[in-house]
Design a binder for this molecule. Structure first.
Ligand code: ATP
Length: 422
């Protein structure tokens, strides 16, 4: 069995190694064994940076976490330079923060799925049980942290060969996608991120069981989709999801096509890409009803949901922005009730250059234009508080946008003129 201690020494921060050694020793002193597992092992072998470390202990994770929090030379809960330890008793997990490193500590467990898509029933188990419950072979390796065998690789599912020779994403058993269909989305994410391929049987089962995605709650699907949208080139994952029929399973009208790739790429070029913007672009071509269905399926709430719901209305207003002679005040009036995030999405999505230009002009300049005079100034000039005052302010702003006033004095003169009219 290969020992990775040297590789760890080369590729992981020295203070983390020191911590892992202390933690391994501490576990042993309590008759337990501690392992580094999952993504950190995968990325160590690949030479990719990863600051999230999952530790699994065959024994009581909470007791070990508490011991670590108090431990000699490690630093207690609120000590400077030491770990910050947060214990979640209900889940039997502990989180340790050490500088920019995130370390999760859990008890080794085995899982059984009472029904597809439901969260599993868990019981304490061995490290082998714990690796067996994982998604793919490349994520199902562990490194022993016990003093006597520090750095020993545990690889019961041949993850290392899949990682280094096969370059494949492989599930661990035939029911994997039935038990937890979020793995369908995870598989596509790793495939594109690492430039790997789905292993043949894994791809066959993924196609066969894609309808199991219907068993996954909106929150969990949304979470996985957001993880996809945090990858470097999410459009590649969506394109693959479309080719496999996975995207349509989430919503029949979704498309992972060349158009999407183009607008995603442009969003990144403009350095405005984020999951919320991508999601708005994903629903850009959907009708009002289709958007409602998407929002309901993914349980989208808050600002993003509101922005999505306003999308069809803003799209309806876009033709009015196609006029080259449109004065800035008219652009302002058309757009002032729409949120900037939605306007940014429509600017990327619209294929009419003048419409794009007007949307960007509003977002980058017009919405920031402020009058010299404020409400207090207007009251001093004799405008009575109330709706009228708001209208005067808006008129001043529009005059300023169109260059009809440019100084404080101009605005005062215009205010007097407006009052004189009534
Ligand atoms: P990433 O680099 O994407 O964060 P990661 O491997 O650290 O990768 P996490 O989502 O943090 O991914 O999960 C940690 C580990 O837990 C994974 O490596 C995998 O072993 C396991 N895991 C996560 N989600 C599942 C799942 N749905 N089914 C089975 N195992 C899972």
């Amino acid at each position: 069995m290969e020992n990775l201690a040297l590789k760890m020494q080369e590729r992981l921060p020295a203070e983390l190694i020191a911590f892992l050694r202390i933690a391994g020793k501490g576990a042993e002193a309590r008759g337990q064994r501690l392992y580094l597992v999952g993504g950190a092992v995968r990325d160590l072998l690949l030479g990719r940076p990863n600051l999230d470390f999952d530790l699994v202990v065959e024994g009581d994770a909470l007791a070990l976490a508490r011991w670590l929090a108090k431990g000699e030379g490690i630093g207690g809960e609120n000590e400077k330079g030491g770990e910050r330890v947060t214990v979640h008793r209900k889940f039997g997990t502990a989180k340790l923060r050490r500088g920019s490193l995130n370390i999760d500590l859990v008890t080794a467990r085995s899982e059984t799925y009472a029904k597809p898509g439901a969260l599993p029933t868990v019981q304490p188990g061995t490290i082998r049980d714990d690796l067996l419950r994982r998604d793919f072979s490349i994520n199902a390796m562990a490194i022993d942290l016990s003093p006597g065998s520090f750095g020993r690789l545990l690889d019961p599912h041949s993850g290392r060969s899949d990682l280094e020779q096969g370059r494949i994403i492989r599930i661990l058993h035939e029911r994997s996608f039935i038990d937890d269909a979020t793995r369908i989305l995870r598989a596509l994410r790793y495939e594109q991120r690492l430039g790997f391929k789905l292993e043949k049987n894994t791809e066959r089962l993924l196609r066969k069981h894609k309808s199991m995605l219907d068993t996954i709650s909106g929150d969990r699907v949304r979470h996985e989709l957001e993880l996809i949208l945090k990858e470097d080139r999410p459009e590649k994952i969506l394109e693959r999801a479309q080719a496999l029929g996975v995207l349509q399973q989430l919503h029949p009208s979704l498309r992972g096509n060349g158009w999407l790739a183009e607008v995603f790429g442009e969003a990144r070029q403009k350095a405005i890409a984020d999951p919320a913007l991508y999601l708005l672009l994903i629903v850009y071509h959907l009708s009002e009803e289709e958007i409602e269905r998407f929002i309901a399926r993914l349980k989208i709430v808050g600002e993003l949901g509101r922005n999505m719901r306003q999308m069809p209305r803003l799209k309806g207003d876009l033709p009015a922005l196609a006029d080259h002679a449109l004065p800035p005040s008219s652009i302002y009036r058309l757009l002032k009730h729409y949120p900037p995030g939605l306007i940014a999405a429509c600017a990327l999505a619209s294929d009419t250059p003048i419409v794009r230009h007007h949307l960007e002009l509003y977002n980058n300049q017009l919405r920031y234009v402020k009058t010299f005079l404020d409400g207090e100034d207007l009251k001093r000039l004799g405008v009575k508080p109330g709706p009228r005052l708001g209208r005067v302010l808006e008129t001043l702003r529009e005059a300023k946008l169109d260059g009809q006033v440019s100084t404080r004095e101009d605005e005062e003169a215009l205010t007097r003129q407006l009052m004189g009219r009534n």
